[in-house]
Design a protein around this ligand. Structure first.
Ligand code: GAL
Length: 644
């Protein structure tokens, strides 16, 4: 795995640059990511270019032996461009223009902006596309950051109407698919359809779902345009984009298919406060991040990149953008690095080389302090680089035993009609992922169109649309299947299935969801085995065996099983979910064992990695090659399979 850093030479006096790149190389770094916000320096006036400084920065990097990942600067259209074309600006759900003065102010649906983005991309690709230092391109920066996927500009509304026409053919088909006879919502033409915001009460859920699908398609369109230019002008270079954590506003699998590599920006502590975790967990993991959050995204983006993925931004210290910004525990920066190694990242780079003294991110740590002295992360970066060198060539990561299906459309479906205020498909998927990892199971996150062959166990925490093809792939895989509540609960057009949920899955197990209820926080239904159901519970009619019921007089079935298929009809507490998962995993031929809340183990070929996210040291017996037998808090131990 190559280590690198995000470098912003345009923000620093040029006399610093030469020592910057030399110190990077001396630290063990081998690449820089540059350029992704530099439009106003590249094209200070319309049509007037200043490439010299960037030429020098790229050449200096090259001379120091550093590879370059070049970003296209389209996340930050400069002031002159915005003033000349104010129509490129996005509008919020409230119809307000999102103005100049930060970043990501453009609207994905704007054809005017798309042409500008193509223009600057083509110019950069022509200039640097064949430079020997340039090994990869990053398109734009963090599509959707700061809530920027959805725009209600005129361009977006027009594009939505075209998207609807392409999807439904004629407006009568739209009226039927959405069921618009309800409340006299029928349209006479696609031109009458607006954005689904600003209505008196909730807007039509199918309208909202399709708006999100459309908005996602606009991100795909925008990215595809840059990819096409870069492919032509910069042969042999990887094209990447940097995805975010806890972010589901567009279909990352679809964008990922356009790329060579999926990368993501990993801020374990920044994300902790935003994640679906208990207050106790937020306190316990304050300085390390949650034990499974980073792993979840490593797995997810590995799937989005069809096996190829990087961490392009890694947290080096306190960030600036969370509600509170604690410092990492001693060791955490190195631990996050080893975690990326364990999951098979090809590259990892820290954000950023040096903390900036000015601007929105002046409080964000870098590998260097603003005075250019090494910051706290420095020795940990050094240790990681030395450890990697000591380990030598790394084995393949390989396929995990468990596949967990995660699907963006399901997230939007639940958002479009939650039926319980706190329903959240991402949170549910993360809860199941945590349950499996705590049991020592290795988990791949996969798309709903994945090939499941080779997996012992497939988890479907909440696959809202489950069509016959998916059901068939599940059945043919021979895997044991555990599906959660709301699985197969809607058709693609967002209707309740004719035979009631779980649509599709009924081919594998005879269960019918006759009624659902959602429950406010604090309401607990006691289940068998001393477990609890909270938030969501279904009434299921079934010929399948009932493995667990709600306790006492209620007696509703909770866990149903038939052959290799299992259906769970409610959201359970973590302990009960684990107990069910243990039985299902054992039935699938796996060997689950509870590692407790803090310790996680991953395997990469013959290498085993133990991560201690907890506050206490952990003693192990293995003969470690990295770390020690007493693994400290925020510590890592690595051992190898003994040769046979
Ligand atoms: C990322 C972004 C970077 C920087 C960083 C700060 O979301 O891509 O440009 O803002 O966060 O943590």
């Amino acid at each position: 795995m190559k280590l690198g850093v995000c470098w912003y030479p345009e923000q620093w006096p040029e006399p610093l640059w030469a020592s910057d790149v030399q110190r990077m190389a001396a630290l063990g770094l081998s690449f820089v990511r540059i350029g992704e916000f530099a439009w106003s320096r590249i094209e200070p006036e319309p049509g007037q270019f200043d490439w010299d400084w960037l030429d020098r920065a790229v050449d200096l990097s090259h001379a120091a032996g550093l590879e370059v990942v070049m970003g296209t600067p389209t996340a930050t259209p400069p002031k002159w461009l915005v003033d000349a074309h104010p129509e490129i600006l996005a509008k919020g759900r409230d119809g307000q223009v999102r103005g100049f003065g930060s970043r990501r102010h453009y609207c994905f649906s704007s054809d005017v902006y798309l042409e500008q983005a193509k223009r600057i991309t083509a110019l950069m690709a022509d200039r640097y596309g064949r430079h020997p230092a340039v090994v990869a391109w990053q398109t734009d920066n963090e599509y959707g950051c700061h809530d920027t996927v959805v725009s209600t500009s005129d361009a977006a509304k027009a594009a939505f109407r075209r998207w609807l026409a392409a999807r439904y053919g004629n407006v009568a088909a739209l009226n039927t698919a959405w069921g618009l006879a309800f409340w006299s919502q029928e349209y006479r033409s696609f031109d009458e359809v607006d954005a689904p915001f600003g209505t008196v009460t909730e807007s039509h859920p199918a309208h909202r779902l399709d708006w999100q699908r459309f908005s996602s398609a606009m991100v795909e369109r925008f990215n595809a345009a840059q990819v096409e230019i870069l492919r032509a002008a910069s042969p042999g270079r990887d094209i990447v984009h940097n995805f975010m954590g806890l972010f589901t506003e567009f279909d990352h699998y679809a964008v990922g298919r356009q790329l060579d590599v999926a990368t993501w920006d990993s801020y374990p502590i920044g994300f902790l406060g935003q994640g679906p975790f208990s207050a106790a967990d937020k306190a316990r993991y304050l300085r390390t991040g949650h034990p499974d959050l980073t792993a979840f995204h490593h797995s997810l983006y590995r799937a989005c990149g069809q096996g190829r993925w990087w961490v392009i931004e890694q947290q080096p210290g306190p960030v600036n953008w969370a509600a509170w910004n604690p410092a990492p525990a001693k060791g955490a920066v190195e631990l996050w690095g080893w975690e990326a190694v364990a999951f098979g990242a090809e590259r990892m780079s820290w954000f950023r080389w040096r903390q900036a003294p000015t601007g929105q991110e002046a409080m964000h740590a870098g590998l260097n302090r603003p005075d250019n002295q090494p910051a706290a992360a420095w020795p940990e970066v050094k240790a990681l680089a030395a450890g990697l060198a000591a380990l030598g060539p790394l084995p393949e990561r390989g396929r995990s035993d468990v596949a967990l299906v995660f699907d963006y459309d399901s997230v939007w479906a639940v958002q479009s009609q939650p039926q319980g205020r706190d329903q959240d498909a991402l949170a549910t998927a993360m809860t199941w992922h945590t349950a499996a990892r705590r049991l020592g199971l290795s988990v791949d996150i996969v798309a709903s169109d994945a090939d499941f062959s080779g997996y012992a166990l497939v988890l479907l925490p909440g696959q809202i649309v489950l069509d016959a093809a998916l059901a068939q792939r599940l059945a043919q895989s021979g895997a044991t299947v555990l599906a959660g509540p709301r699985t197969g609960s809607k058709t693609r057009d967002f209707a309740i299935p004719a035979t009631l949920p779980p649509d599709g899955l009924q081919a594998l197990i005879d269960v019918t969801v006759a009624r659902v209820e959602s429950l406010p926080p604090g309401i607990v239904l006691a289940a068998g085995n001393g477990g609890q159901v909270t938030g969501w519970m279904e009434d299921v009619e079934a010929s399948a065996a009932v493995e667990t019921r709600l306790a006492l007089d209620d007696g509703r079935g909770l866990w149903f099983a038939h052959d290799k298929a299992h259906y769970l009809a409610g959201h359970t507490d973590d302990g009960l979910l684990r107990r069910i998962l243990i039985d299902v995993a054992v039935a699938a031929g796996l060997h689950p064992r509870d590692l407790g809340p803090d310790v996680r183990i991953e395997r990469r070929g013959a290498l085993h990695f133990l991560f201690n996210y907890g506050p206490q040291a952990v003693a192990i017996e293995e003969r470690v090659v990295i770390g020690s037998k007493l693994v400290p808090p925020a510590g890592v131990a690595i051992w190898k399979d003994e040769a046979p």
